[in-house]
Structure formats: C-alpha cells, structure tokens
Design a protein. Structure first.
Length: 255
C-alpha cells in the first residue's frame, strides 16, 4: 500500500495551546470551573456541583458541550455511500454496511491485530457516513482512517459544534425548538432547523438517559444552547457529571 498524502492543516488540528469550544465564553459566564481536557479548556462543573448536576440530569434535562469530540466524514471516491460503508467496515467491529440511511450504530475502531483503538458512533447520512469519535483520539482516528482508506474514501475532520441534551425532559425541551424530534426513535438521525440554523440531530443516550446529540455550525452553538437553557427544566452540566452518569449507566469512558 502506498503512503497516504499528508492531511491538510485544519481548524481542528491541535496546537501548542489549549483550544476552546464555541461555548467557552458561555461556560465562563455561567460560572463553570474550567479545566484542561483532551487539548481543550472545558467546564468540569458549574456552581451547583457534580452531584447536583448528576441528579438533575437523571430527573430533568442536562445540556452538555461535547464540541471537543471529533466529527469525521467518510465519502466514497467511487459511487457513494455503499462503497464508503464497505471500506469503513474493514476497520470497524460493527455491521457498517447494514446501517440504513437515517440511522446510527455503535462500533469499535480496530488496529492491525484487531485490538480496540476507540469506540465511536457511525451515522448513515445517505451520500456519506458521519463518524463521532472521542476527543482524545480524534486526530489519531482521522489519520488512522485516512491511512487505510485514502485510496477509496475522502476522510475529513470537520469543525462543527456538538451539544448533548440528556434526561427524561430532553424531548419536551428540544421539541419547543424542533418539534420533529418527538417522532425520532432511538438511534434515528434527522436534519432539522433550529432557530433558522441547519442541524443534525441523533436520538441516542450519551449518559444512559433518553436524549439527543445536536451537530451544528460553530456560529449556531451559542444561540441554540441559550434557547435550550431558557427552559427551566434544562441546566448546564460539566465533565464531572458526564463521567459519573456514564459510569453509572455502564457506558465506556475512553482511557
């Protein structure tokens, strides 16, 4: 196999300094304690503290900034999505080919020996695949995918914001802005408009609760987050409760 081309520099390429998500200023205004995490300055908790944030998410709805995670598009250089899925399945321990359009599936990215490099989510977007990877692994995963699939697929690490709205009242809160979310099943993927901004919504349980992940442009992140936080049932939640919620639900934490 010939060597892949050097990936171009992008806004998502790590630098010597810590990066900030589009919601950094909002976190500071909300009184968040900011800590270094996966190359970013991230909110570990807000004034209520980790325990109260954990319980709030289980009883109401919590809004998480997960924009530090990687969003990678996989497009076939040949005829489209089926070829991209077949190529990606060479590296993923999951049935990628069998993911219907408008659906998402969990999988594991493997190395040459079949060992696990990362766990990830794969969306069938019709003419391409969108893969969500862990923040600490996104640069490695992107280069790993490009190194093996560059002759078949275009692999891009895209610069977009990602929010997670989680909890038993997440549906009611999001439906005020995007009514179509009520009709989504677990692991459904939909294109919606929120406050006039195009967004990709997935109904999946980032914390083990019912909830949604919302991919949107960096410019749209703050107005959408503020609109969600205006709901009295929605509170901002930091990385501390993210970890405790996922551990309680038996979900993976990278590393």
């Amino acid at each position: 196999m010939t060597s892949p081309p050097t990936p171009p520099e992008t806004a998502a390429t790590p630098s010597a300094t810590l990066a900030r998500t589009p919601l950094y200023d909002l976190h500071v205004e909300l009184g968040a304690k900011i800590v270094p995490f996966a190359g970013y300055e991230m909110p570990v908790q807000y004034p209520p503290g980790v325990l109260k944030e954990h319980l709030w998410t289980r009883e109401h709805a919590g809004l998480f900034d997960v924009s530090h995670m990687g969003q990678v598009t996989v497009r076939s250089k040949l005829n489209g999505e089926p070829e991209a899925a077949e190529a990606l399945e060479r590296l993923i321990a999951a049935d990628v080919i069998g993911i219907p359009p408008g659906r998402q599936r969990y999988g594991l990215l493997t190395n040459d020996e079949g060992g696990i490099l990362d766990d990830l989510m794969i969306m069938n977007r019709g003419d391409h695949l969108l893969v969500i990877v862990n923040a600490a692994r996104k640069e490695h995963d992107w280069r790993h995918l490009d190194g093996y699939l560059f002759d078949l697929c275009e692999i891009r690490l895209v610069d977009r914001a990602l929010l997670a709205l989680q909890g038993p009242k997440a549906e009611a809160a999001l439906a005020k802005l995007a009514p179509a979310c009520r009709d989504m099943r677990f692991m459904d993927v939909a294109d919606v408009s929120i406050l006039g901004h195009d967004a990709i919504i997935v109904r999946s349980g980032y914390t083990g609760e019912d909830g949604y992940e919302i991919s949107l442009t960096n410019e749209a992140a703050r107005p959408v987050a503020e609109a969600l936080l205006a709901d009295p049932d929605v509170a901002p939640i930091g990385l501390g409760a993210r970890d405790s919620l996922r551990l309680e639900a038996g979900l993976c934490l990278y590393g």
